[in-house]
Design a protein around this ligand. Sequence first.
Ligand SMILES: CC(C)(COP(=O)(O)OP(=O)(O)OC[C@H]1O[C@@H](n2cnc3c(N)ncnc32)[C@H](O)[C@@H]1OP(=O)(O)O)[C@@H](O)C(=O)NCCC(=O)NCCS
Length: 190
Amino acid sequence: MSNAPTLETERLILRPFVPEDAEELHRILNLEGILRYFPGPGNPDMERVERFISRQTEQWREKGYAWWAVETKADRRLLGWNGLQYLPETDETEIGFLIDKAFWGRGLTPEAGRASLRFGFETLGLGEVIALAHPENTASQRVMEKLGLPFVEETVYFDMEVRRFVLSAADYRAAREADSEPGPAASTTA
Ligand SMILES: CC(C)(COP(=O)(O)OP(=O)(O)OC[C@H]1O[C@@H](n2cnc3c(N)ncnc32)[C@H](O)[C@@H]1OP(=O)(O)O)[C@@H](O)C(=O)NCCC(=O)NCCS
């Protein structure tokens, strides 16, 4: 059993992965082009998907964070993942996300990503969260922008050229405070 908490957003539930997710996740990870910008050996077979799920459970237990399974609140359909991952090679925490192609373009990943960042900064007290994207993965970079993750540099991770984004806890807090300040409309119509 995973010790991951379950989070709710407006349209989504972020919950621990369970072994029963393997079949649906296997289908999603074998959709044409879904892993195009990922390092690694390509579309996984069932055994690799099962190993992926048990690794997430282990990471939650050992590290206190990993990826959540993301599902729709309306019909509890598994869409993919969102969450934080520890990178031992660089001692950093990375936000990662992937969802079923049928659901792209509805702002669901930024919605889940905001919950992941809040958990990282407000619950775990992390000092910073990074994000990495293949330079041609414009969809992913749009998500970084929507999440307020500033672009820092082009570099190499996992033998792959990437664009690296970094959000510090201080910048996260400043952005949250700016968001919660009453705007002109709120202060004049009262
Ligand atoms: C990256 C990804 C998670 C974005 O998720 P999403 O829920 O669609 O995010 P958004 O709805 O905010 O859309 C982000 C951008 O995706 C692009 N996009 C939207 N619909 C799309 C579609 N049908 N086909 C291709 N790109 C699309 C747009 O550029 C959009 O930006 P916009 O809102 O300014 O138009 C999703 O595309 C995905 O799962 N990709 C494969 C996995 C991956 O690359 N993960 C990131 C690894 S770093």
